[in-house]
Design a protein around this ligand. Structure first.
Ligand code: PLP
Ligand code: TYF
Length: 396
């Protein structure tokens, strides 16, 4: 019956983690997947999340409604838009609990294909691989917009804006509000203003994907693009993930939010998103969303959690600084300043595929083929070793 099936090559990032796990070398270092590890190399559970989990009574739960956990959805909207945003007061923003950020993207993609069947989607060049996979999986044609410039280690901003001007009304643009995956290179507030004005004037559909809120500057500044788009009166979607900032990876906690022109349309959008959920999995799981709701809705836990995320952010920044300093010391003729300026978990090292392979083969240091390095995998015990390994492959 299954003879005609092709073998599945696997997700490149998850497959690399499997290769890493099988690697017997004791000194191996995993800088591939975007997961936050602490200085001991462990996956930490924020104390605020642990406290919320401990409060949780163990009892049977009925199904959640299609749209999910009400207190979580409301709180997650406030994290995105700020507590007092006009769109919240006017009931113009709605949210559906999703299976992490990935589930939010899938729900958005299905919705967009159904209601804007002619629209093409454009993702940054480069982007997280699964963006294309999820959009294409929903039957949407996917192209790329110019983004990363390896020469300047910045954004091809003029090309990006020129390109957006060529798109058709109703085309979808997938944007990373902060901590761009994989490059770590973000737009400035002024650049966001310009991009969002083009999106508004050309009637494009913004689909923002925020999976690292809190890891860039802070929860408010990381949501600049989301709040600016809402201030401008745009209608748009946001997928938001709590996998990284609550360390709830396997619980699958996220939302898909929609900001709409008025409350009546918002209600209709919510209805169609519920229809989408109904068609895929009927209703989301309770446990992770309930933990997140407790953290977000209890002010002392919320504050504690934010500070814990900021401690993760600051540790990553220290790793950036130490890697920069260690490499600059070894190779003073090289410019490593991009290690300092890139934001969030990832750094784009500029290492080529051959150099990345050598790091893996000769040093058991695992990066993605693209040269993406997860800064959160560095710690005080492995950083000198990693710097020595990178310096070696850069020199030869
Ligand atoms: N979007 C981006 C940019 C990501 O890096 C990730 C990483 O996991 C996701 C979405 C998916 O989020 P989740 O793991 O919550 O599905
Ligand atoms: O880019 C990353 O490493 C994270 C984690 O299919 C991830 O976003 C990677 C692959 C995948 C799901 C999550």
């Amino acid at each position: 019956m299954f003879q005609h099936l092709q073998a599945y090559a696997g997700d490149p990032i998850l497959s690399l983690v499997e290769t890493f796990n099988r690697d017997p070398r004791e000194h191996k270092v995993n800088l591939s997947i975007g997961i936050y590890f602490d200085d001991a190399g462990c996956l930490p559970l924020p104390e605020a999340v642990r406290a919320a989990q401990t409060q949780q009574p163990v009892q049977a739960q009925p199904y959640l409604p299609m749209e999910g956990h009400a207190a979580f959805r409301a709180a997650a909207l406030r994290v995105l838009l700020g507590n007092e945003h006009l769109v919240l007061q006017q009931n113009r923003a709605v949210a559906v609990q999703t299976l992490g950020g990935s589930g939010a993207l899938k729900l958005a993609a299905d919705f967009l294909k159904r209601w804007y069947p002619q629209s093409r989607a454009f993702v940054s060049d480069p982007t997280w691989d699964n963006h294309r996979g999820i959009l294409e999986g929903a039957g949407i044609e996917v192209g790329t917009y110019p983004y990363y410039d390896p020469d300047t280690i910045g954004v091809r901003f003029a090309e990006l804006t020129q390109f957006l001007h060529t798109l058709d009304s109703g085309d979808i643009v997938l944007l990373h509000p902060c901590c761009h995956n994989p490059t770590g290179v973000d737009l400035s507030p002024e650049q966001w203003d310009e991009v969002l004005h083009i999106i508004q004037s050309r009637r494009l559909i913004a689909l923002m994907d925020i999976a690292y809120q809190g890891f860039g500057d802070d929860f408010d500044r990381d949501a600049y693009a989301v709040r600016k788009a809402a201030d401008m009166g745009l209608s748009f979607f946001v997928s938001s993930s709590y996998s990284k900032n609550m360390s709830l990876y396997s619980e699958r906690v996220g939302i898909l939010a929609a900001v709409c022109p008025n409350a009546e349309q918002a209600e209709r959008v919510l209805g169609q998103l519920k229809f989408g959920v109904r068609r895929i999995y009927s209703s989301p799981p309770f446990h992770g969303a309930d933990i997140a709701a407790r953290v977000l809705n209890e002010s002392s836990l919320h504050r504690q959690w934010q500070n814990e995320v900021y401690a993760m952010r600051d540790r990553i920044k220290r790793m950036r600084r130490q890697l920069h300093d260690a490499l600059s010391q070894r190779l003073p003729q090289h410019d490593f300043r991009h290690y300092l300026t890139q934001r969030g978990m990832f750094g784009y090292t500029g290492l080529n595929e051959h150099q990345v392979q050598r790091l893996q083969d000769e040093f058991a240091v695992y990066l993605l083929k693209s040269g993406r390095l997860c800064m959160a995998g560095l710690n005080s015990r492995n950083i000198e070793y990693v710097a020595r390994a990178i310096a070696t492959v850069l020199q030869e």
